[in-house]
Design a protein around this ligand. Sequence first.
Ligand code: ADP
Length: 232
Amino acid sequence: MKWRIIRLEEVGSTNDYARGIAEESPEGTVVIAKRQTAGRGRKGRKWASPEGGLWMSVILKPEKTDPRLVFVGALAVRETLAEFGITGWIKWPNDVWVGEKKIAGILTEGKAGKFVVMGIGLNVNNEIPEELKESATSMRELLGREVPLEEVLPVLLKALERWYRVFEESPLKVIDETRRRTLILGKFVKVITDEGVVSGIARDVLEDGSLLLETEEGPLKILHGDVSLRFR
Ligand code: ADP
């Protein structure tokens, strides 16, 4: 991949910026901002993005828009953390956790048949806001030292490229690896879906990327949802 990096001091959201330029930009264009003033998670939830974190969005032009692309980002982040000695797990579908805390989120958006923008927010050296201290962590906190963003970025881009190639060749290989690296399988979880709240044991990530939940009423396939784990 020929990466072309656009660096911004500050932006509302790198995903919004990337979406705005995506149609006329080549695949591999990466938008990075030091700070996001309106960083977003799914459903418009706020993503805290003070200086020190890696806030970026990658423009991709896959043959087809595929919701499973989110796992390419999650696997790449997991692998990047591993390079720095941190063991992270994918929390289906779009987060990476270390222990009981979130360290990264992936937000894929796009225009069918035109482009996909993959936003990756990774807590590197940034402060974690007070209200998230219980549920979020950073590389700095885990390693006890700052890690220059310039060291993290090439590792992440390399991993992204590799998993993107694997995906183009065979999405099922990406699903297989996602299964192996998913935190919640075998655990009792509560899932908030648009249809309501369901709970059960997370059994599998299926070929289409959905979560298979074993509920008291039988197996249930979940395409979209927010999973919460009961740690204790
Ligand atoms: P999830 O996929 O976990 O539901 P979202 O994609 O909706 O998460 O991301 C937004 C949520 O992530 C926020 O509601 C907040 O709880 C949490 N959050 C916000 N900023 C950060 C951050 N920098 N690091 C970790 N978690 C964060």
